[in-house]
Design a protein around this ligand. Structure first.
Ligand code: ZN
Length: 258
């Protein structure tokens, strides 16, 4: 958008060459063609507006299924954490898309994606929320526990060229606000939520409101079971609660630009 504005600023002011000097008959023809062009342009822009929301109205969420490929993540029953994270990302993506979000994912399969690449994808998306999805087994309760982590970087003012490793510093306050929104929506859905701050490779380089969400499904989780097992019921519950939280975020502070 900025590029277009700059280009517009540089464009010379011009008008149709020699139009004023044309004979009336030709001018009449010109007026007719001009009217037809305007009608076509109006119809085309209406169609385009119907097909595709304006870029500014798109609310983009980045889902980062942590680990993958060579990196299995933590022990998570009989399946690696990376698989659970990806399954949650897929579920959450469909819930969000059904609610009109634009969703960008850092991986769609069991592939190795390093933390810098994850941040590159997130930053390119210019998202209003970035969620890095993890899972853990450190919950013996009967209800899912959610640990939300925010980068431990000290808040810093926005600069044009932020250092890559600490780019998130300019977004800490927005990330804290996102964490607060997730906290209340998840607690409202009956889940235990804890908040913490830590160094987060990947998120520390992201230029969006960003949190790591670690889901500890709790005692009923049967991580060895098929998709219809209790494990996946919990995953659906978590995905629905996260989607509800992001709907809230979109309708509130998430729409405010950094
Ligand atoms: Zn993890």
């Amino acid at each position: 958008m900025r590029w277009i504005e700059q280009m517009n600023g540089r464009l010379p002011i011009s008008r149709p060459v020699c139009y004023a000097d044309l004979p009336w008959q030709m001018r009449k023809t010109g007026i007719f063609f001009l009217a037809v062009c305007i009608l076509f342009a109006a119809a085309a822009s209406t169609l385009a507006a119907q097909d595709q929301p304006a870029a500014s109205s798109r609310f983009v969420v980045v889902l980062d299924a942590a680990h993958g490929g060579d990196d299995p993540g933590g022990n998570f029953g009989s399946q690696p954490e990376k698989s659970w994270n990806l399954a949650l990302s897929v579920r959450l993506r469909s819930l969000l898309m059904a609610r009109g979000f634009a969703v960008v994912t850092t991986r769609e399969a069991d592939t190795t994606v390093d933390s810098d690449r994850r941040a590159e994808i997130a930053n390119h998306a210019e998202a209003q929320a970035c969620l890095s999805l993890h899972a853990a087994t450190n919950n013996t309760g009967s209800s899912p526990a959610i640990h939300i982590f925010i980068s431990s970087l000290a808040p810093a003012a926005t600069t044009r060229l932020a250092p890559w490793k600490t780019a998130q510093a300019a977004w800490i306050e927005r990330s804290l606000a996102l964490a607060g929104m997730l906290n209340s929506a998840l607690a409202h859905a009956g889940m235990t939520v804890t908040l913490g701050r830590t160094g987060l490779p990947g998120i520390d380089s992201m230029t969006c409101p960003a949190v790591a969400v670690e889901v500890a499904p709790g005692k009923p989780a049967d991580t060895s079971g098929p998709p219809e097992s209790g494990d996946y019921d919990i995953q659906t519950r978590v995905a629905e609660a996260l989607a509800a939280a992001l709907v809230e975020w979109r309708s509130d502070k998430g729409t405010q630009k950094q």
